[in-house]
Design a protein around this ligand. Structure first.
Ligand code: PBG
Ligand code: ZN
Length: 325
C-alpha cells in the first residue's frame, strides 16, 4: 500500500492530532537541574558564559531550590566550590564542605526534591585534575578511596543520589562498598559511565572553577570517537553496582544514548552540558534562534534517543514552558 492510499500528512493536520500520535513527550518529571554551591552568605554570582546560572552560597541556593521544587522539577544535581583547594582535594569529603551543607539545608527545610551530589575532585584540587597526581600522572587506584570518602560524606548528609563523574576505573565499586559498609545501602549511584573528553565543558569549568592547571583529561575521559567503548564502560559500572548510567555530553552522542538504551536495562541519563546550554543562550540572545523552540527540540531529541533522565540547565525554563501549555 502506498500513495494515494497512504498519506502520512493525515496525521499532521492539526495540533490535536499531532499531539495524539506524538511518540516522544517531553516532561518535567525526567529532569535534573544542576546547581553550584559556593562559600559565604548572601552570594549569588552569575556565571558569565551561562546566563541564568549562578554560583550561590547555601542560603541563596536554598531560595532557588524552593523555586525548583515549586516548578515541579523533581531533582537537583549539586557541585561545590570549596573555601580552599589542596593537592588531594580534601574539602571534597569534609562534612562542612559546600555540598554536605547544601544537602542538609534542603533536608532541614523539608523540601521533597531529589538531591544528587556530583562526586569528583577537580573542583577541590589545586591542580584541577579529577584524581590525585604522581608527577603529572593522574593516579587511578590512589584516587578511589578519596572519591569513596566524598560520596560517603554526601550520602551521610542526606543525598539521595551520588554521581561520580571522575572516570577512574573501579570507582563505582569503591563507592558502593563504602556506602553499604556504613548502612547507606539505599543511596543510589548514578554513574557518569560514558563521559567523553569534550570541548563542551568549557563554561562549566568557569562555573565550578575546575579547569586543569596543566594538560587535559584525555587519560581518563573517553575519546569522542568511541561508541563500543561506551558500552564496555557502562557494563562495567553496572557490574560494580551503578543503578543509573549517564552519557555525557548529550547532543553529539545521541547514538551512544540509543545504544546504551537498547543494550542494557538500567535507567539511562544524559547530561545536556554547559557548552550545549551556552551555545543556545548565545544564539538566542543574538536573535539567531528561538530559544524555547530550540530547547524543546533538543530535549525531544535527547529523549527520543532513549534518555529517561536529562540533566539540563534549561530545567526551570522547560518546567515553566510545559506548565503554560
Ligand atoms: C567534573 C565535571 C565536569 C562536568 C560535570 N562534572 C567537567 C569536567 O569533566 O571537566 C561537566 C558539566 C558541564 O559541562 O555542564 N568532573
Ligand atoms: Zn572532575
Amino acid at each position: 500500500m502506498s500513495y494515494p492510499t497512504e498519506r502520512p500528512r493525515r496525521l499532521r493536520r492539526s495540533e490535536a492530532v499531532r499531539s495524539l500520535v506524538r511518540e516522544t513527550r517531553v516532561a518535567t518529571n525526567g529532569l535534573l537541574y544542576p546547581m553550584f554551591i559556593c562559600p559565604g552568605a548572601n552570594v549569588r554570582q552569575e556565571i558569565g558564559s551561562m546566563p541564568g546560572i549562578s554560583q550561590q552560597s547555601v542560603d541563596r541556593f536554598l531560595e532557588e531550590a524552593r523555586e525548583v521544587e515549586q516548578l515541579g522539577v523533581p531533582g537537583i544535581l549539586l557541585f561545590g566550590l570549596p573555601e580552599t583547594k589542596d593537592a588531594s582535594g580534601s574539602e571534597a569529603w569534609s562534612p562542612e564542605g559546600p555540598v554536605p551543607r547544601a544537602v542538609r539545608a534542603v533536608r532541614d527545610a523539608g523540601l521533597k526534591l531529589i538531591v544528587a551530589a556530583d562526586v569528583c575532585l577537580c573542583e577541590y584540587t589545586d591542580h584541577g585534575h579529577c584524581g590525585v597526581l604522581k608527577g603529572e600522572t593522574v593516579l587511578n587506584d590512589g584516587t578511589l578511596e578519596l572519591l569513596a570518602k566524598a560520596a560517603l560524606a554526601y550520602a551521610a548528609a542526606g543525598a539521595d543520589i551520588v554521581a561520580p563523574s571522575d572516570m577512574m576505573d573501579g570507582r563505582v565499586g569503591a563507592i558502593r562498598r563504602i556506602l553499604d559498609d556504613n548502612g547507606l545501602e539505599d543511596t543510589i549511584v548514578l554513574s557518569y559511565a560514558a563521559k567523553y573528553c569534550s570541548g563542551l565543558y568549557g563554561p562549566f569549568r568557569e562555573a565550578a572553577d575546575s579547569a586543569p592547571k596543566f594538560g587535559d583529561r584525555r587519560s581518563y575521559q573517553m575519546d569522542p570517537a568511541n561508541a563500543r567503548e561506551a558500552l564496555r564502560e557502562v557494563a562495567l559500572d553496572i557490574e560494580e553496582g551503578a543503578d543509573i548510567v549517564m552519557v555525557k555530553p548529550a547532543m553529539p552522542y545521541l547514538d551512544v544514548i540509543r545504544r546504551v538504551r537498547d543494550e542494557l536495562t538500567v535507567p539511562v541519563a544524559a547530561y545536556n552540558v554547559s557548552g550545549e546550554y551556552s551555545m543556545v543562550k548565545a544564539a538566542a540572545a543574538n536573535g539567531w534562534i528561538e530559544e524555547k523552540r530550540v530547547v524543546l527540540e533538543i530535549l525531544t531529541g535527547i529523549q527520543r534517543a532513549g534518555a529517561d533522565i536529562v540533566c539540563t540547565y534549561h530545567a526551570k525554563d522547560v518546567a515553566r514552558w510545559l506548565k503554560a501549555c
